[in-house]
Design a protein around this ligand. Sequence first.
Ligand code: BDR
Ligand code: CA
Length: 325
Amino acid sequence: MTHATPVPVYLDCDTGVDDAVALAYLLASPGVDLVGIGTVSGNTSAEQATRNTLDLLALAGRDDIPVATGAHDHLSHGYGGGAPHVHGENGIGGVELARATRAEHPAGAVDLLLELSHRHAGRLHVLTIGPVTNIAHALAADPTLPHRVSHVTTMGGAALSTGNISPVAEANIHNDPEAAAALLAADWDVTLVPLDVTLEHTLSDADREALTAAPSAFIRAVGDILDHYFDFYRPLYGVRSCALHDPLAAALAAGGSVTSRAPRVPVTVDTTQGPGRGQTIADLRGQRLGPVDHEGSRVRVVLETAEPLAPHLVQTLVGYGVDPR
Ligand code: BDR
Ligand code: CA
């Protein structure tokens, strides 16, 4: 299959097990040109996320992609210690990868994003799969950033679903609600990929085993990294399995997954210190009336996709590095 010019993508992540899967998917997607990666604290510290990202890229043979460390602390509070019970002590399921030999990009994530926004002005797609602290800093440093970005895809929030880190809040948004509010209020088109849809897309143990038998050592490592994550999700799904939060956002950004229900509605974030902190409040009151798009809103909330992600994801990952001829 031939592709038009690949879309330049800046990835902001807290690598993280499902972040690692999303990264692998982006590298395997011919329609994507991954031009830079910034890290942020979330699942693990920003520093550990950088190390994980560099090590994964080395294994993938992609040392050409710049990786810059971003915010260790969030806008209103310090880094909370991550989620080792979900992602393992090192963020990638306890799997020890060979250390990358190269260093991170000398500029921080904010400067890398701003530089890329100039280099790819009008075409850059920003994909966030962690707390969006770096994006808020970039918007504060240069409020003209949205004019140079073609689209923002953000994994985060819970529209009609319950939360996962609190009864109402999803982890990425809850880790930095003020930053999420800034991203959602900025003058750009946003696709918000909340728990409502990401929890509906899962990987089976057979899928994971297919990854551990892939031709690429990089993809086999991703299969191993998923093992710990599957244990965490077992009580939720009743079988060894996992949700595909970040991979779904990556697939939507890459065009490998398409939405079948994604209304354009106002979305605000609860930034109070009360029990609702971090909740995404999407105005979906009209949802039973058919299309509920609000003319003034630039945020689409993905509630459903046309196809299940797992078959496409597994096929794409297993094919990584395999000559298509
Ligand atoms: C999100 O939080 C992180 O744990 C995952 O990597 C994902 O980005 C899901 O709530
Ligand atoms: Ca993540």
